[in-house]
Structures are given as C-alpha cells and as structure tokens.
Design a binder for this molecule. Structure first.
Ligand SMILES: *Cc1c(COP(=O)(O)O)cnc(C)c1O
Length: 399
C-alpha cells in the first residue's frame, strides 16, 4: 500500500481554517470546514453592508441574493441554467414545499415512492405530506450497503405514482444513485422526481438540466462549507416554474411583496418558492466555496474525491484485516459518493474515543463509522493517520 502523491489540488488545503492542525477531520460531509476568506467576508458584511447601508441593503443587494447565489451555485455545481435555483429555508422545509408542490401537480395519483434507507427527514416529511394529502407511501426496501437501483424503482412505480423522492448519494452507505436513469424510469411512469442532493452537491458533478430533473434540494453546510445551519438550496426545472405552487404562501414569494395586497398571488419564476425574509447572513459563506469550486472545477473535485475514498478503502482493507470490520460502501468508485462507511459492532464506542483524541469521523446506526472525505480539505496523509488511530482504538476496545 503506497500513499498517493497529494497531487495538484493539495495546495487548496491551505485555504481552509484549521487544515494545518494535527486534528484529523473525517466529517466534512456533515459540516465542512470554514474557508479562510469567510471570516473577513463576514466582518466586511457587518461593517460595510449591514452597518453602513442598513435597511437600504435590501434594495441594493439582499433581496436578490437568494437568486444570485442560486444562479452561481447552478452554474458551478448543479449544472443548471440561471433562474432555476434559490437559497432559502432548511433542506427539511424545502422538501416539504417541493413535495407538496409536486403532488398537487399530479392530481388523481395516490402514491409517493420513497426508500426505507433514505435520510430520516426525507422519510418523515414524505410521511407527513402523504397524511396531509390523503396519499399512500410506497416503500422501497434497499440493501443498507447499497441503495436504490433501476430494477427496484421499476417495480415500485406505476400509474398511481405522483412523486418519487430519492437521495443522489445515500447518507449511510455513500451509494451513488444512477440519477439520469432513475429519473427516466419515474418519468416513464408519469411521475415527478425530487432529488435530495445533500451528500452530492459540491462532491459529485451534477447536470440537472441535461438529466431532465424536475425538482431538487440540498444543504449548503456539508460539501459547500456554508457553516452550521446555513440555508439550503432548491432547484425547480424551468418548465415547471410557472405551473407549480408551494404551500407556504409568504409575502417574499408573492408577485409584488411591497404591494402588501389583500391576497397572495405567486411571483413568476423561482422566487415563488421563497416564503419569508431570507437569512442573508447565513448564506454569505456559501459564496466562498462556490468560488473555490469554480476555480478548481467539479471534475477535478470528483477525481480527488474518488482517489481519497479509494485510498481509504485500500488502507482499511489492510489495517482491519481479520478484525470483523466490513466496508459498507460500494467498492466500485462509479457507484460511490464522497464518504466510506466501515461497519463493526463497536463503532459507536470507537467514534466516541476517537473524538477525544481529535480524530473526528461520525457514527450512524447500526455500527457504521462514517469517514467523510472533503476533497479540497482532506489529505491522503490525514486518511492514513486517522485510520491508524481508528485501528489502535478498536484494538484497545477488543483487547
Ligand atoms: C444532511 C441531510 C439533510 C439535512 O436536512 P436539514 O433540514 O438541513 O437538517 C437532509 N437530507 C440528507 C440526505 C442529508 O444528508
């Protein structure tokens, strides 16, 4: 096992706060590190824009910011032409808004299809929407070390399917769904598809327009380094923009917010998917990561990501041989997103002990140690050092 050269992207590590410390960070897929330019950007905002422009800031820039950042994200990360993406609420709230919009656009159809290993919030929101709208959830059972395949989806959809809700990269296994193919299968059944891109945006290249995606959401605090609780993005394909309506009919999504009229009429375009006053401070940092990704290019980000996850699996195979540790992520890089999950019954205890030692993976039941490898801030050396500590801790626990 030879450690790969750190390669041409290695210098980007210096752009992140704390990447030069001895701490091993394996959780950039849950909360990305801050970029060094973000602190000064936030300070400038407080001094110059908020402090200097005060309420005028809304007219000058803030009112349009959800859409201007959405357009940049669309161009650099999502493969979306302008006018189809916006930054807004949490992923959870956007899931609700877009699920309601989608099922209302498929009257007479009675089912929402979702898989049992989808992220909890997706399943819970789908369950709530189904109850609210008198629909039925149709569950897809999946292999926990993999995810939804074409044949599984084919046998779940039909003339009753209103909406299919899927994650592009499975949060537990890192299974990378065949997004274009699954979208085609749902469309052939006459259904709409809502993709959750939380674990792929900023890690796996996307071409939402080319792939014919209807609807998508994703968070900005994982591979987009927007900071804890930074607002999520939504994508609505252009041909749906003026026919879909969402249920949280707030003034910021109304046709003329400052008319303060007696009744709601939705704005044209993506702005109708906004509801209340957008969280401007929270969305500033995302711009820094989008700019950095623009400089590097998503193809190079993905190449580094694949190299990191492949190396992590190689190191894990060698270090954990004979110790009952199972690689619970696809071994084929074409089927894998940006993290690797290692299963062992003691991983909860292992994770707790590692956090004490400044080695930070995370844990997902049952028995999964997740190693998230943020492509621009993680080094191969860090992967090796972190997995060596993991083996020592596991050996300590098993005696
Ligand atoms: C992280 C994540 C979420 C988080 O939703 P929030 O509303 O930001 O809490 C949702 N879906 C997936 C697939 C995720 O990985």
């Amino acid at each position: 096992m030879t450690r790969p050269e750190e390669g041409p992207l290695a210098s980007y590590r210096d752009r992140f706060v704390g990447a030069d410390s001895p701490l091993v960070y394996f959780d950039g897929n849950s909360l990305g590190r801050p970029l060094k330019v973000t602190g000064p950007r936030l300070a400038r905002f407080v001094e110059e824009e908020w402090g200097g422009r005060l309420i005028r800031g809304w007219d000058e820039r803030w009112f349009d910011l959800p859409r201007t950042i959405g357009d940049e994200l669309g161009r650099v990360v999502l493969g979306a032409a302008p006018g189809q993406a916006a930054i807004g609420d949490s992923t959870t709230v956007l899931l609700y808004k877009l699920m309601r919009a989608a099922v209302a656009a498929r009257p007479g159809r009675t089912e929402i299809v979702v898989d049992r290993d989808n992220f909890p919030t997706d399943r819970y929101v789908a369950d709530g929407v189904a109850r609210e709208c008198g629909l039925t959830l149709r569950w897809i059972d999946v292999d926990r070390a993999a995810g939804v395949t074409a044949s599984l989806l084919e046998s779940a959809v039909g003339p009753d399917t209103a909406l299919v809700v899927l994650s592009h990269v499975a949060y537990r296994s890192a299974w990378l769904a065949d997004l274009p193919e699954l979208t085609r299968i749902a469309h052939d059944a006459g259904a709409l598809v809502l993709w959750d891109l939380c674990h792929s945006a900023g890690s796996v290249p996307l071409a939402l327009d080319d792939w014919g995606v209807d609807l998508a959401v994703g968070c900005t605090y994982k591979y987009l380094n927007g900071g804890p609780g930074s607002p999520a993005f939504c994508y609505v394909a252009r041909h749906h923009l003026d026919s879909l309506t969402q249920p949280i009919q707030g003034w910021m999504g109304a046709v003329d917010p400052f008319l303060m009229g007696p009744t709601y009429a939705p704005a044209a375009g993506i702005r109708r998917f906004l509801s209340g006053t957008p969280p401007i401070v929270g969305m500033l940092a995302v711009q820094d990561m989008v700019e950095l990704i623009d400089e590097v290019g998503m193809a190079a980000v993905r190449e580094k990501s694949v190299a990191l996850t492949s190396y992590a699996i190689e190191v894990a195979d060698e270090l954990f041989a004979g110790r009952g540790v199972v690689v619970a992520s696809p071994r084929d890089p074409a089927l894998r997103g940006g993290h690797v999950t290692l299963d062992h019954p003691l991983m909860r205890e292992v994770t707790a002990a590692l956090w004490e030692q400044d080695v930070i993976p995370d844990y997902r039941d049952p028995g999964g140690l997740r190693i998230g490898l943020s492509p621009l801030s993680t080094s191969f050396e860090e992967v090796e050092r972190g997995l060596e500590r993991t083996r020592e801790v596991l050996d300590g626990l098993t005696g």
